[in-house]
Design a protein around this ligand. Structure first.
Ligand code: PMP
Length: 437
């Protein structure tokens, strides 16, 4: 197949076979491969609102939203319009542009803990750079992260990670030097005692804690009351930098992210996904005295040829501006509630052990007899086979859930009550199938 325009004449299975010839695993990011799901991934041709359309013309109600950015639905006319408006001016200049200041002002206005912000091209770059900055600022090497949290694929952070690393059974990657990984201390999520014990022992050597303030890369796990508070307290006490990785939660669980939702102020915040409106964008920012250590003001080096790209900024600004509409996040949370409540009701009726957890516009389904799931060990103890079968049945019903038991689901404002009802009707049939051998 030489021409993508012919794609609609073929199947996802054929396209996947062809992709595998020259792309490792046929994909440019691992979880897309549907590994372990015993079927080829679906190849998408276009998307609109709450729907994905595959190359065979099938429509899916989408709860992945390009892994988070599409919070107002796919192909949002205002986001596309903003990009179109700038397109003819050129794609990239490698010079300062006024639109970067507009973006910085917007972010700092929405997230009060951010005094200064630097734009990058992915969530990975944001967390990697924030870690370097925290180390440069404190003059310390050790970092603390939590098991099953995923902060992108930079070396220091690919230790006991979540998301695709976990889905593919490799939470720690070959290729990360042991001499580097030894500076990464991994604790159990929501374990306040472990955090306190760690800081009592070596607090003065710890540059930073990095945490997903709602974990979304080992399914969806909210922080227990007191967890984020403890992180804030020990960081203040020991002079360590508290980094909230809000790549997923930023602008999603509340306008001001998880820090606004839970009322805890980090020193640095990492952003991605929504901040770029679907373009490759990330950002990190925070307290002025820390951010002033970044090059060219300070000695901590960080740079990017395409950082602050004008089309990407235009898309992000258009999307962020839409989210400021009063009641946007309450309405999103309400949709999540309706979906999760409906799913639990149908699982109960079918005699399936399943619970849901969610915060704001993100949620997760756990096939477990437990009443809640608070950490990595509990998340990985859930019934992965039940998830796989449920996922496959839902896909056949035209509902696209994240193709891994260890990813959060994302709601958009484009999901109508009818879309949610359709999802619940599909789930009823899918749950019934779980009982079949
Ligand atoms: N941090 C978190 C919390 C994430 O969820 C992700 C990606 N899912 C990243 C960082 C990495 O972002 P990217 O894939 O844009 O590099």
């Amino acid at each position: 197949l030489r021409d993508c325009k012919e794609a609609h004449m073929t199947t996802s299975a054929t396209l996947f076979e062809q992709a595998c010839r020259h792309i490792p695993g046929g994909v440019n990011s691992p979880v897309r491969a549907f590994k372990g799901l015993h079927r080829p991934p679906i190849f998408i041709e276009r998307a609109q609102g709450a729907y994905l359309y595959d190359v065979e013309g099938n429509r899916y109600v989408d709860y992945v939203g390009s892994w988070g950015p599409m919070i107002t639905g796919h192909a949002d006319p205002e986001v596309l319009g903003a990009v179109r408006e700038r397109l003819d001016n050129g794609l990239s200049f490698g010079t300062p542009t006024a639109i970067e200041t507009t973006m910085a002002d917007l972010i700092c206005g929405m997230i009060p803990s951010i005094d200064m912000v630097r734009m990058v091209n992915s969530g990975t770059e944001a967390t990697m750079s924030a870690i370097r900055l925290a180390r440069g600022f404190t003059g310390r090497d050790k970092i603390v992260k939590f098991e099953g949290n995923y902060h992108g694929h930079s070396d220091s952070l690919l230790v006991k990670a979540g998301s695709g690393a976990l889905t593919h059974g490799e939470p720690s990657s070959p290729g990360v030097p042991a001499s580097l990984a030894e500076h990464t201390i991994t604790l159990s999520y929501n374990d306040v005692d472990a955090v306190e014990a760690c800081f009592e022992e070596i607090g003065s050597e710890i540059a930073c804690i990095i945490v997903e303030p709602v974990a979304g890369n080992m399914n969806c796990i909210p922080p227990l009351p007191g967890f984020l508070e403890t992180l804030r307290r020990v960081c203040t006490e020991y002079g360590s930098v508290l980094i909230f990785d809000e790549v997923m939660t930023g602008f999603r669980v509340a306008m001001g992210g998880a820090q606004a939702h839970f009322g805890i102020e980090p020193d640095l915040t990492c952003l991605g996904k929504i901040v770029g409106g679907g373009m490759p964008v990330g950002a990190f920012g925070g307290k002025r005295d820390i951010m002033e250590r970044i090059s060219p003001l300070g000695p901590v080096y960080q740079a990017g040829t395409l950082s602050g790209n004008p089309l990407a900024m235009a898309a992000g600004i258009a999307l962020l501006t839409k989210l400021r509409e009063p009641g946007f996040h309450d309405a999103l949370a309400q949709r999540v509630d309706t979906l999760c409540h409906g799913l639990r009701e149908r699982a109960d009726a079918a005699g399936i052990d399943m619970i849901t957890q969610g915060v704001g516009g993100m949620f997760g389904l756990f096939f477990t007899g437990q009443t809640r799931v608070d950490n990595f060990a509990q998340a990985t103890a859930c019934d992965a086979d039940a998830f796989r079968r449920f996922f496959a049945a839902m896909l056949d019903e035209g509902v696209y859930l994240a193709p891994s038991a260890y990813e959060a689901g994302f709601m958009s404002s484009a999901h109508t009550p009818e879309d949610i009802q359709l999802t619940l009707d599909a789930a009823e049939r899918a749950f019934a199938q779980l009982h079949q051998p």
